[in-house]
Design a protein around this ligand. Structure first.
Ligand code: ATP
Length: 260
């Protein structure tokens, strides 16, 4: 679905993304983990064509990213960026409807309204209908943005969802709700690539994890194979202990640093 070949992004002499190669498939959630400044958001910007690589290529469904027409790309992948400030005033429903812009010319069709209604339900924001986006809390805004992103590719279940810290600013209930939703979207056939800071969420919900440090791959594989003390130390420079997770085949991580 997405194939990344020897991708590099340089600013001056510094490589923010350094020779990365990996794949992410339809029906799969790939979590990207890494310390602050590891290059995760830069990678995401390369995957969504916000910036051009210095070297290497990204292919979506076998076609090179740079060769897509923008209108086709908009129906092939949707992106939740990290910062979504909006200077003008929008009602929540209008903002979610923006996700449908690639699908209609002048006026939304009944299907567009129905998609907006359904994604608002799925993301738990129906009660925010009619509210001014700028008056919402950070967590509410995050869920509205996610609804917009899902609306964009709602009727293309083999599309790609690129999510940069989708749980950012959410309380634990909504973190879980968003991760469950992302998981269900992957199960429906979407290719979900998701930057996360919480190793345990990655372990619990992702099919595979890509760990980055200084723009390079530290490890890639199933949570059970890559979540280990060595990889976490290499990636985050911290010591942790692992616990088995009752009922789930995924390790849990707790800090092992002494507090005394
Ligand atoms: N345009 C740029 N010019 C110079 N340096 C940049 C540029 N964009 C990003 N960087 C630097 O590249 C590094 C990687 O940035 P990036 O935003 O990709 O990290 P990240 O892994 O997403 O971090 P975080 O977890 O803090 O969001 C950082 O040190 C950042 O300061």
């Amino acid at each position: 679905m997405i194939r990344v070949e020897d991708l590099t992004y340089k600013v001056g002499n510094r490589k923010l993304v350094d020779g990365l190669s990996f794949e992410a498939h339809s029906g799969e959630m790939l979590a990207i983990l890494g310390a602050n400044g590891a290059g995760k958001s830069t990678l995401m910007k390369l995957l969504c064509r916000e910036i051009r690589p210095s070297a290497g290529k990204v292919f979506i469904k076998g076609k090179e990213l740079m060769n897509y027409r923008l209108e086709d790309l908009a129906k092939t992948r949707a992106v939740l960026s990290q910062h979504n400030t909006i200077s003008v005033s929008f009602v929540v429903d209008e903002l979610v409807m923006m996700g449908r812009y690639p699908h209609f010319d002048q006026k939304p069709a009944s299907n567009d309204f129905s998609v907006v209604r359904r994604v608002m339900q799925d993301t738990g924001i129906s009660h925010l209908s009619g509210r001014d986006y700028n008056t919402l809390s950070g967590g509410e805004q995050q869920r509205v943005q996610l609804a917009r992103v899902i609306a964009q590719v709602y009727d293309s279940p083999n599309a790609c969802l690129l999510l940069d810290e989708p749980t950012n600013g959410l309380d634990i209930q909504f973190q879980q709700q968003i991760m469950v939703l992302a998981r269900k979207l992957a199960d429906r056939g979407y290719c979900v690539i998701c930057i996360l800071h919480d190793i345990n969420y990655a372990s619990r919900f992702a099919d595979r994890i890509l760990m980055l440090k200084n723009g390079k791959k530290v490890a890639e594989g199933m949570p059970i194979d890559v979540i280990n003390c060595d990889n976490i130390h290499e990636t985050f420079s911290i010591k942790v202990k692992l616990m088995a997770c009752e009922d789930y085949n995924c390790p849990l991580v707790i800090p092992a640093t002494s507090v005394s």
